[in-house]
Design a protein around this ligand. Sequence first.
Ligand SMILES: Cc1cc2nc3c(=O)[nH]c(=O)nc-3n(C[C@H](O)[C@H](O)[C@H](O)COP(=O)(O)O)c2cc1C
Length: 158
Amino acid sequence: MTESGSHHLLIVWHSKTGNTEQLKDAVLEGARHEEITDVAIRCLHTSEAGPDDLRWAHGILLGTPEDFGYMSGQMKDFFDRSYYEVEGELDPLPCALFISCGNDGRGAVREIRRIVQGYPFNEVQDPVIIRGEITDEALERCTELGMALAAGLEAGIY
Ligand SMILES: Cc1cc2nc3c(=O)[nH]c(=O)nc-3n(C[C@H](O)[C@H](O)[C@H](O)COP(=O)(O)O)c2cc1C
């Protein structure tokens, strides 16, 4: 999905059983807040996202479940398919993470951080880690995260 706007926000997400997808929907809702008018959004499943999307982006949100103390295999695949392709090309991209997990989430955050510092992406918001059930409060946190990234890009804060 591409909309018009001079600031470009990329959302890359993966979900196996739908929880991270719900978080993604909330992030997207926040990023599309009616008062944010000059931000174009590309919201892509990991299987659709690649190096050209990173070249397009001015900021990035990454959403994944935690699987075996790591990011999902598909999120890792996105990194595998794009890291060297954009090496040396990107200005540091402001970044934030949203994670769905059973009871931990720290492993996914830690390992994503290890990878993204190389692109480089700069984490500009604390990660949102949602443990267990997706509650209204969880969705609200994700909406706020999406809004924060989009508003920050538009305002030139990031
Ligand atoms: C293969 C597999 C491995 C998992 N490993 C972890 C884990 O290491 N830590 C954790 O907190 N949750 C773990 N979970 C739970 C998922 O992170 C959790 O169910 C999450 O909400 C799934 O998100 P999704 O619906 O977007 O796929 C695992 C789930 C699966 C299926």
